[in-house]
Design a protein around this ligand. Sequence first.
Ligand SMILES: NC(=O)c1ccc[n+]([C@@H]2O[C@H](COP(=O)([O-])OP(=O)(O)OC[C@H]3O[C@@H](n4cnc5c(N)ncnc54)[C@H](OP(=O)(O)O)[C@@H]3O)[C@@H](O)[C@H]2O)c1
Length: 214
Amino acid sequence: MKISLFGATGPTGKYLIEEALRQGYSLSVYTRDAGKLAAYADKIDIVVGDLETQDAIKKCVTGSAAVISALGPNSLAVKGTLPVMHGLGNIMTAMKDANVNRLIQVSTAAYRDPKDRFDFKSQAMLAVLKLIARKGVEDVQATAKLISDSDLNWTLVRIPNLKDGPSDGDIDVGWYGQRKLGTKLSRGNLAKFLVDQIASREFTRAAPGIANRA
Ligand SMILES: NC(=O)c1ccc[n+]([C@@H]2O[C@H](COP(=O)([O-])OP(=O)(O)OC[C@H]3O[C@@H](n4cnc5c(N)ncnc54)[C@H](OP(=O)(O)O)[C@@H]3O)[C@@H](O)[C@H]2O)c1
């Protein structure tokens, strides 16, 4: 079964590609720089384009059972206005054209789910982040709103700070303020949770928070 990956050229991408291959999926991976995926060139299909290149995005998603996106601001200085949200809009258009309905997107506690309760730790971290990376926070919020307002079969996977490390399955999953969620998550645990969502309906049209068990 084929799945499409977006935003898989960053540090999480390596874990995501390896986990998806390990689970037996064939991969179409989108990038603006094929050189970043050179290590996987013989194992995956690489589609090159930016987040405005509608034809290439459609080529990437066509025939896929699901799209996983780890797209997100990767520096404190975001260029342009809501670039990730606009990119997701283009991906979602391509998904509709290609009859692909399942979208799994990385997000953060910057997006508040109606099931959340007050959670001091995540809100304090968010307040600091808004001071140093306001445009990035706004892009994450706008992206999540666009997806959660859509009629796709979506899951927003809300994460705290990432660290390199394997998947050990030792994670907490739940809603902020309802479940104690730590402030760190290994990229291996994130990758496994994202790929596991393809076959799962547990978090359809839902935005669980996940974190390594403290
Ligand atoms: N690092 C953390 O502690 C942390 C905390 C909370 C949330 N997150 C989110 O978790 C995800 C993975 O983070 P990470 O640190 O492992 O990797 P990352 O380097 O932040 O990965 C971001 C991915 O998004 C792509 N991207 C960003 N802006 C883009 C744009 N305007 N056009 C096209 N592609 C764009 C990057 O592509 P290029 O490689 O081409 O730049 C990369 O593949 C990201 O969504 C990040 O925002 C990270």
